[in-house]
Design a protein around this ligand. Structure first.
Ligand SMILES: CC(C)(COP(=O)(O)OP(=O)(O)OC[C@H]1O[C@@H](n2cnc3c(N)ncnc32)[C@H](O)[C@@H]1OP(=O)(O)O)[C@@H](O)C(=O)NCCC(=O)NCCS
Length: 168
């Protein structure tokens, strides 16, 4: 398996992976819209025998506090073709993606997802740390990760993703 940046020729394959993983086109549409307006921070694909089988995407997010805001990255989505799940591909994409975001100097990540999947990468529940979300998500499904030590220490407020994610 190879993990690499998305290439222009991967667009249809990335759509397919996300549509298959989520059973709809909401995520694929949001990715295409974000990419089109230059709001894709990082997009990696997992490739096996020339086929894109997994995808991870980060876009800018903010944490809006009472009198200031902080920049963050929204991790959304992470997707693996159903036939390729539970083989470590999601883990490889997570490790590569988070490491590259760290090396790029990003400090913090937010994610809305499976509460029993993301903690293994260091994510913790956001609400007890003073970070809310706008999606009425179950408390344990909204999580944060510090890419730099102490990055969330002073941060409190509401996480806001890019508008393309509204309604997805
Ligand atoms: C979630 C997902 C990206 C994980 O990718 P993956 O390559 O299957 O994951 P890995 O092989 O690295 O890790 C496997 C472990 O992840 C966990 N896991 C996988 N899918 C899971 C799910 N839907 N819910 C909870 N835990 C899950 C399991 O604990 C599994 O371990 P096990 O095999 O011992 O049970 C993939 O299942 C997927 O695309 N799901 C559909 C889309 C989705 O829900 N994306 C996440 C949105 S937050």
């Amino acid at each position: 398996m190879i993990i690499r940046h998305e290439a222009p020729t991967d667009m249809a394959a990335i759509r397919f992976v996300n549509e298959q993983a989520f059973g709809g086109s909401g995520e694929a549409n949001a990715i295409d819209a974000l990419r089109a307006r230059g709001a894709a921070t990082l997009s990696l694909v997992a490739v096996i025998s020339g086929q894109v089988v997994g995808h991870i995407f980060f876009s800018p997010a903010t944490i809006q506090g009472p009198d200031r805001s902080w920049v963050a990255l929204g991790l959304a989505p992470l997707s693996v073709l159903p036939d390729y799940q539970r083989q470590g591909i999601g883990t490889a994409l997570m490790n590569a993606g988070l490491e590259e975001c760290r090396q790029l100097g990003h400090e913090r990540v937010v994610v809305l997802g499976h509460p029993n999947y993301y903690p293994r990468f260091g994510f913790v529940t956001a609400k007890p740390r003073g970070i809310d979300n706008e999606y009425n998500a179950p408390e344990e499904a909204f999580m944060i990760l510090e890419l730099q030590p102490g990055a969330f220490a002073e941060v409190t407020g509401v996480a806001q993703y890019q508008p393309e994610w509204n309604g997805v």
